[in-house]
Design a protein around this ligand. Structure first.
Ligand SMILES: Nc1ncnc2c1ncn2[C@@H]1O[C@H](COP(=O)(O)OP(=O)(O)O)[C@@H](O)[C@H]1O
Ligand SMILES: [Mg+2]
Length: 316
């Protein structure tokens, strides 16, 4: 039986896992999201006796595939490749991508129902787009999170910043960058923009940025990310590997707990470690790890491949 890999063929994570599975002698079936919308054929056929899922003319079911790695659907109109289409034919583009998403999600839910293990389960894929919901669940599970206010209310935002002083803000559904709140952000004009869209305000934690990878309840890699900017992705940054057996045990437990309470079998957890206190920012359901492995000399791809290959491991 094979492992299904869903994502753009050009995605380094997909390539790394495919390679690791091959070296383990595990057969793979790739649903190449680079081909959608486009030449990649998809068919989903129901009769009263039977249900058939096929991609690129290959039928996939619970007897040919035991596990699927859901890297990325890539059906996001905000991707740069859609820029001109978004300008020229926004409604039809949005509808087109929605239709593809509906077919793929239906197929995957069907496969999941027929016993195909999803890494990660479909229900848990959206937690990174619902940051406040994720924070509630982490806090409920006893995972320390930064105090956070998501609001459209200028007065509430100002009161939050006045009280906590050192505050960052970021998009509620991810996909942007975090930045420190400055005096210029607190003018009435600027704050009135909150009525356009809610923003997440969060207590700023001063400390080291840690990225911890958890696979099947175990930490498999960790690193400190060193950068001059608040959000390391806006600038050059170094990735310094940490021997994960030396991680503070409270931090290690919180990373595993965060992954577990969100129903994830694989995640990359963002932690800020201030020395005397730490906070978990998020657990990502489909983290990038290829560059991380390269820079830190870790083997997240191998650990993930081991999980994908072992059909007897039940995800949380
Ligand atoms: N409350 C915070 N305190 C300190 N640094 C933060 C805070 N929130 C975000 N950051 C920095 O910005 C990065 C991105 O924020 P994160 O919450 O992980 O959102 P994203 O979904 O964009 O990855 C973090 O990895 C961290 O470096
Ligand atoms: Mg993050």
């Amino acid at each position: 039986m094979a492992v299904l890999l869903l994502g753009p063929r050009s995605d380094p994570q997909l390539e790394a896992v495919e390679h690791e599975l091959e070296t383990r002698g595990v057969e793979t079936v790739v649903w190449n999201a680079d081909n959608w919308p486009g030449d990649g054929k998809l068919s989903f056929h129901q009769t009263n006796e039977d249900v058939r899922v096929a991609a690129s003319d290959t039928v996939v079911d619970g007897s040919s595939v035991h596990t699927a790695y859901l890297r990325n659907f890539a059906l996001n109109p905000r991707l740069s490749e859609y820029e001109s289409q978004l300008e020229n034919r926004p409604f039809s583009l949005l509808n087109q991508l929605r239709e593809y998403q509906a077919v793929l999600e239906s197929m995957l839910y069907d496969l999941q129902r027929r016993g195909v293990r999803m890494i990660n389960p479909l229900e848990s894929q959206d937690v990174h787009k619902r940051k406040p919901w994720q924070l509630s669940r982490l806090a409920d599970a006893g995972v320390p999170v930064p105090e956070t206010l998501t609001t459209t209310d200028p007065d509430a935002a100002r009161a939050f910043v006045d009280r906590l002083e050192d505050v960052v803000y970021k998009p509620v559904s991810g996909g942007g960058h975090a930045a420190p709140v400055t005096a210029a952000d607190l003018t009435a004009d600027r704050l009135s923009l909150l009525t356009n869209a809610p923003v997440q305000f969060q207590e700023r934690i001063d400390g080291d940025d840690l990225r911890i990878f958890v696979v099947n309840g175990e930490i498999v890699a960790a690193a400190r990310i060193v950068a001059d900017e608040l959000d390391y992705r806006t600038t050059d940054h170094d990735v310094e590997r940490i021997d994960h057996s030396t991680l503070d045990s409270d931090i290690a437990d919180a990373a595993v707990q965060a992954t577990d309470c969100l129903g994830l079998a694989f995640s990359g957890v963002d932690v800020v470690d201030g020395g005397d206190r730490f906070r978990v920012l998020e657990a990502n359901p489909s983290p990038m790890f290829a560059t991380f492995d390269e820079q830190a000399g870790t083997d997240v791809a191998g650990a993930l491949a081991d999980l994908l290959a072992d059909r007897d491991v039940t995800p949380n």
